[in-house]
Ligand binder design. Sequence first.
Ligand SMILES: Cc1cc2nc3c(=O)[nH]c(=O)nc-3n(C[C@H](O)[C@H](O)[C@H](O)COP(=O)(O)O)c2cc1C
Length: 319
Amino acid sequence: MELPKLRIENLQPKYPIVQGGMAVRVSTASLAGAVANAGGIGLIGATAMSMPELREEIRRSREIADGGIVGINVMYAATEFADIVHTAIDEGIDVIFTGAGFSRDIFKWGKEAGVPIVFIVSSAKAARIAEKYGASAVVAEGCEAGGHLGTLRSVKEIVPEIREAVDIPVIAAGGIVSGKDMFDMIKLGASGVQMATRFVLSYECSVADEFKKMYLNAKEDDVVIIRSPVGLPGRAIRNEFVKLLEENKAPVPKSCSRCLKKCSKEYCIVKALNNSKDGKVDEGIVFVGKNVFKIKEILHVEEIFEKLLSEYYAAQTFS
Ligand SMILES: Cc1cc2nc3c(=O)[nH]c(=O)nc-3n(C[C@H](O)[C@H](O)[C@H](O)COP(=O)(O)O)c2cc1C
């Protein structure tokens, strides 16, 4: 099986590989630009960025991408959702990925500007609705994914159902860390894959070394499901902060910038994610995909692509 072509409207990356957007400055220009340059689609995690910062990140990522495809990921749950989308469109972004809530408006804004909108879903029903409103592709994200989860079902179950339900491209996400995983997803009907955890363990990802060390040291049992004030479950590495959360002792925020449309305020998720990204890993949440324990090394983005492609073709030969 040849690598499928991932065509999202008029965009077609060299390889059908998307680097999943990671909020609170985990996927910034250095990573998204490098992925785009290597032939994939690189996504800046725009949620929680200020507008000048977002503009700067998009410009920087374009320089690194050298003509490659760069997009943003934005969560509908963010208060500044509309501003983020308009700022990215104004900066000439190639594509917008969105999820964690449904917005009809984004499809209208995308259409007016000629920017494809890719919707992140976890069920055939949601995929059908997204297609009806004008999504150019969907990401079918299973429970193996890092960050907030829309389902507790496996990507292996939902990809065939979603493939069956819609005519637009389906990009599989959750727990994909090797070319063999990619091959399996494509066999199930995906036109491409979205991967995040594998790309955190790259030199181009700008998180603190302590964050990457947590990833490298994580064993299978260390990855757990946590409660998030957003109202969705999340997948993260068990650490001191998660233990506090399990005992209902997570620090209650002293102040609040109302960055989310809905928030239980049990703890501040943005502060917790920022802390860990900056290296204070025990005072924060380290979001991660289920299969992090299978990744053994930090590589350059280009090396990750080479490895994925050679593993993909090896899987094909032995299938
Ligand atoms: C640290 C981290 C932060 C994430 N932040 C976001 C986000 O802001 N928006 C989003 O839609 N998905 C987010 N995700 C999910 C990823 O984009 C991706 O779909 C998912 O992690 C894929 O699974 P994998 O990590 O096993 O490859 C995040 C994942 C991680 C690991």
